[in-house]
Ligand binder design. Structure first.
Ligand code: 1GP
Length: 232
């Protein structure tokens, strides 16, 4: 599957929303993820506007800050940054919005979020944490196993938004072999070939953000590659 990640901070004009909205409606990705590392504010307006173009594509919150939660989404990735040692990112920010999330009726998906490498990424800066070194595949996989044992229903391997290169297939394969829950892989995916490599290594969902915000017309190529990868 494929998720298009949209950062409300980067979609501020009607024309930008219309452009990506039309591409989503025609290519039909499996999900739209909405969220950003540095955005503080509501996502409700963006969700409402995207739904006008693509009412059948699930809108899933991927919040970098509690203010991004809203009850207009279909689901929320309730993520804990388990690769780092910032208590706020592990559990603290969650407490502040726990009641609102529970009472919202939005489907809650507990997710272990693992930053790999990406020392200069927005996630690393905002959370004051370091990603796990790419060469330390054993620790990456053990972190994923620990997340699953703690009851997390999804594991997200993150190379960092805007990373020059996606995660290596060796990392994805190792984690795929070690956990049973759905595996999300994102960060630095710019081509359908890179997406296909991640799917074939074992990713259930690949996430593309920066590239599709800049080149929404490429979404159809990613969605076509998804069908090819599945039918291999
Ligand atoms: C970031 O994994 C996502 O959280 C997507 O990254 O913007 O590099 O595609 P990109």
């Amino acid at each position: 599957m494929i998720a298009v990640l949209l950062d409300p901070e980067n979609l501020t004009t009607d024309s930008a929303i219309a452009r990506i909205g039309h591409e989503i409606a025609s290519a039909e990705p499996d999900f739209v993820f909405i969220g950003g590392s540095t955005f503080v504010g509501s996502t409700a307006d963006l969700i409402a506007r995207l739904r006008c173009y693509a009412p059948n594509v699930p809108m899933v919150l991927f919040p970098g800050h509690p203010s991004q939660f809203c009850n207009k989404a279909d689901a929320v990735l309730f993520l804990s940054l388990i690769s780092g040692d910032n208590p706020d990112a592990l559990i603290g920010w969650h407490i502040g919005c726990a009641r609102e999330v529970r009472d919202s009726g939005v489907e809650v998906l507990p997710m272990g979020y693992i930053l790999v490498g990406a020392s200069d990424s927005a996630t690393a800066r905002v959370t004051h944490t370091h990603g796990i070194a790419m060469r330390d595949i054993r620790r990456i996989a053990d972190t994923a196993i620990a997340g699953e044992l703690l009851g997390m229903r999804l594991i997200y391997l993150e190379a960092g938004s805007g990373a020059g290169l996606p995660l290596g297939e060796d990392i994805v394969k190792q984690v795929r072999g070690d956990v049973h829950c759905p595996l999300i892989v994102g960060g630095g995916i710019h081509t359908a070939e890179q997406a296909t490599a991640a799917w074939r290594a074992g990713a259930d969902i690949i996430v593309v953000g920066n590239h599709l915000e800049a080149h929404p017309e490429d979404l159809k190529q990613f969605c076509k590659a998804r069908r090819t990868a599945v039918n291999r």
